[in-house]
Design a protein around this ligand. Structure first.
Ligand code: MUC
Ligand code: MG
Length: 385
């Protein structure tokens, strides 16, 4: 690969050189069990990246996982090993502000491993932003918005608890859109649960559902009209990630829009979804796309096909959520809002000043870089021994 740093004056190059990258595994308990179709979490595991530059500035980033390597193929253990063994050696000594070149170096050192790459790229944007005193979104072209509507996910599986939880969130003006995790129980039981939730929250909240690939096509065909009748606004990843033709057939018959999640990691996946008319909306996540820049690329392909944008999450702490917000704030359109409720479901956060949730929105922090500061005491507290 050509040395892309040659045109930078030597002293700046030295100043911004990446000196150290440290990857730490943390496990943070959640306030309640969070049940998805094929996994359940009571503690969230992350890899926290601390990336130090020659100028003494340290940038931070986060890679989130759900239930080990069960939501996607990466686990915190594999992410740490990939960073320590392959990504770190590829980046040490190179300039932090050459984001695209850093991405190419990482791609040459390791195929995919997008959560690991996303955490490092977040730390690069944080370090360079902190060095120059500007928020990461400024480095991405500037902010279009300074807050994003944010939903809450109901995922205990118990409708009585879920209605109570939703009532609290509405009363506190934190959330008035709710994503319900379905697929862990029989479709009939989920439809009965959705009927209870829709009835209890009617006129006061918007509901969407996420099946996390749990259904086959016939189950989806049976359930989609029921969800339409209940006024459900969006159905996320009803079928297996590989089943693009099935998603396209469902979409052709559904009056409820469909959202692609696990079937879109790369820009190529996004193009496939667009070409097969398999979704109305896409959920954007750093762990899937491999960083802030790649998330923008996926968003650009989606926009070119008229596909709506939704700010997805993997229950990130305020560090990962802030990295997502820096991207989301700069997107021309983000008509479906976001789901970065992660910091609120943790029993403790990892930053000195957690992100602000107010008036049904999550607010972009104002500081440089990602806009949040790692709390070393919290890192020690949740660090895996
Ligand atoms: C997913 O599949 O969307 C995001 C929110 C949540 O509850 O689970 C995640 C993953
Ligand atoms: Mg999903």
């Amino acid at each position: 690969m050509p040395d892309l740093s040659l045109s930078i004056p030597t002293e700046i190059r030295r100043d911004l050189a990446i000196q150290e990258i440290e990857a730490t595994i943390v496990d943070v308990p959640t306030v309640r069990k969070h049940k998805l179709s094929s996994l359940s979490v009571s503690a969230q595991s992350y890899v926290i990246v601390q990336l130090r530059l020659a100028n003494g500035v340290t940038g931070i980033g986060e890679a989130a996982t759900l239930g080990g390597p069960r939501w996607s193929e990466e686990s915190v253990e594999s992410i740490k090993a990939t960073i320590d063994t392959y990504l770190k050696p590829a980046l040490i000594g190179t300039p932090a502000d050459r984001f695209v070149a850093a991405g190419r170096r990482m791609d040459e050192a390791a195929k995919r491993n997008n959560a690991a790459k996303g955490a490092i790229e977040s730390a690069l944007f944080d370090a360079v932003g902190k060095t120059s005193g500007v928020p990461a979104v400024q480095l991405l072209g500037g902010a279009v918005r300074d807050s994003v509507p944010v939903l809450w996910t109901l995922a205990s599986g118990d409708p009585v608890q879920e209605i109570e939880e939703a009532e609290h969130k509405i009363a506190a003006r934190l959330h008035n859109t709710f994503k319900v995790k379905i697929g862990a129980q029989a479709p009939e039981a989920d439809m009965a649960r959705m009927r209870r939730l829709a009835g209890a929250l009617e006129g006061r909240a918007k509901l969407i559902v996420d099946a996390n690939q749990a259904w086959d096509e016939t189950t989806a065909l049976r359930c989609l009209p029921i969800l339409a009748e209940l006024g459900i606004a969006l159905v996320e990843q009803p079928l297996a990630a590989w089943n693009m033709p099935g998603m396209a057939r469902l979409r052709a018959r559904s009056t409820v829009p469909l959202m692609a999640d696990e079937c879109v990691f790369s820009t190529h996946d996004m193009l496939d979804v667009a070409r097969s008319s398999a979704a109305d909306v896409v959920s954007l996540k750093l762990v899937k796309h491999g960083g802030l820049l790649a998330t923008r690329d996926v968003a650009a392909v989606a926009r070119a096909a008229g596909i709506g944008l939704y700010g997805g999450c993997l229950l990130e702490s305020s560090i990962g959520a802030a990295a997502h917000l820096q991207v989301f704030a700069g997107l021309g359109d983000l008509e479906w809002g976001c789901e970065h409720f992660g910091p609120q479901i943790l029993t403790g956060d990892l930053v000195t000043e957690p992100l602000r949730f107010e008036d049904f929105h999550i607010h972009l922090p104002t500081g440089p870089g990602l806009g949040v500061t790692l709390d070393p005491a919290q890192l020690r507290r949740y660090r895996r021994q």
